[in-house]
Design a protein around this ligand. Structure first.
Ligand code: ATP
Length: 339
């Protein structure tokens, strides 16, 4: 049995009070503000947010391509401000793959190991092992132009994984792939992360992708972290309006209409709302505006004074436009939002 240490658990990556201003400190653009993020060993961690929220900037700082204006980035407890990218135990997969077109798949994957001055037999062994990991062994001698987009993506992954970095940074790695391939690669990335035990930090603006792959997610907006948590925590317990609205769908109901504190906003997921059956007192009454049958369920829009509510009802709900309906949900489904 391993010996237990009484030392406090150290985080693999600590982003502490980081701010980033591009250009002049007084007049420049503040891309990040008051960022505090702790990332653990072997975690699949995702930075999720809309375009321009600062997620790539944060990723590039962990890689060492950008530097915080204030604050610190620590790797295994050590401030890495003075470490150039190549001396950090970190590798990055770029959105456009950045493969060398004149080199074969094997040579592309070997490139980083050669830079690190590995011995030839070690390089050969590692390249074979890594190509097998990404299921590309049969393509070792092809050039990138002779591969599909998904295969090129795997080469880029293999190249970044070959030296077995402690941390792999992935900036929108799946955005160039079509939907079906993207879904397949989501499973592949999860598998690679599990099998290698490498910490993955993924940047994406796709909330479904983040929910499907991550151990934890940091939701970002306008240069700030809005919430950090597991996919379940973020989906079931959003702390503010932005998170509730950005992750999945949410009905935002002003507290007043529910007889609560007048400044409160309550979020309810469409799938938690049901049509009140006979004899059941509804929480709220509205008029059906439209109902769209989607196969497994029906998406309904219901107009309640001042709000348009969306409800996802199981099965086919045959309710005509203009019909008055009562709606119910469990109190437990209500989330009071802070702002
Ligand atoms: P996207 O998904 O569109 O890449 P992002 O969330 O990754 O968005 P960043 O690329 O981190 O966003 O950019 C954050 C903000 O900082 C943006 O407003 C961007 O214009 C600005 N920015 C990024 N890099 C620089 C730079 N080198 N100089 C000036 N402004 C920059």
């Amino acid at each position: 049995t391993p010996t237990r240490s009484t030392a406090p658990a150290r985080h693999l990556i600590e982003v502490v009070g980081v701010e980033k201003i591009f250009g002049d400190v007084a007049t420049g653009h503040r891309a990040l503000e008051a960022i505090n993020v702790l990332i653990e060993e072997k975690e699949f961690f995702t930075l999720l947010g809309p375009s321009g929220c600062g997620k790539t900037t944060l990723l590039r700082m962990i890689a060492g391509f950008e530097h915080p204006t204030t604050g610190e980035i620590r790797l295994q407890g050590r401030d890495v401000a003075s470490l150039p990218p190549r001396e950090r135990p970190v590798n990055m997969v770029f959105q456009n793959y950045a493969l060398f077109p004149h080199l074969t798949v094997s040579q592309n994957v070997a490139f980083g190991l050669e830079m690190l001055r590995w011995k030839k037999p070690d390089i050969t062994a590692r390249v074979q092992e890594t190509l097998s990991l990404v299921k590309l062994s049969h393509f070792a001698n092809r050039k990138p132009a002779q591969l599909s987009g998904g295969q090129q993506q795997r080469v880029a992954l293999a190249r970044a994984l070959a030296p077995r970095p402690q941390v792999l940074l992935l900036d929108e790695p799946l955005s160039a792939l079509d939907l079906k391939l993207r879904k397949e690669m989501q499973f592949e990335l999860k598998r690679l992360q599990r099998e290698t035990g490498i910490t993955f930090i993924l940047v994406t603006h796709d909330q479904e992708e983040a929910l499907a792959m991550s151990d934890r997610i940091a939701v970002m907006n306008t240069g700030r972290v809005q919430q950090i948590g597991t996919p379940e925590e973020i989906y079931d317990h959003p702390t503010n309006r932005f998170v509730a609205d950005f992750i999945g769908e949410a009905n935002l109901i002003p507290g007043e209409s529910l007889g609560r504190r007048s400044d409160a906003v309550i979020a309810i997921r469409p799938e938690r709302i049901e049509i009140a059956g006979p004899g059941v007192t509804p929480r709220i009454t509205g008029v059906v505006d439209n109902a769209t049958f989607l196969g497994s369920d029906t998406l309904m829009e219901i107009i309640v004074p001042g709000i348009r509510l969306r409800a996802r009802i199981r099965g086919a709900a045959k309710l005509p436009q203009g019909k008055e309906v009562g709606l119910v949900w469990e109190t437990e489904a209500e989330r009071e939002l802070l702002d």
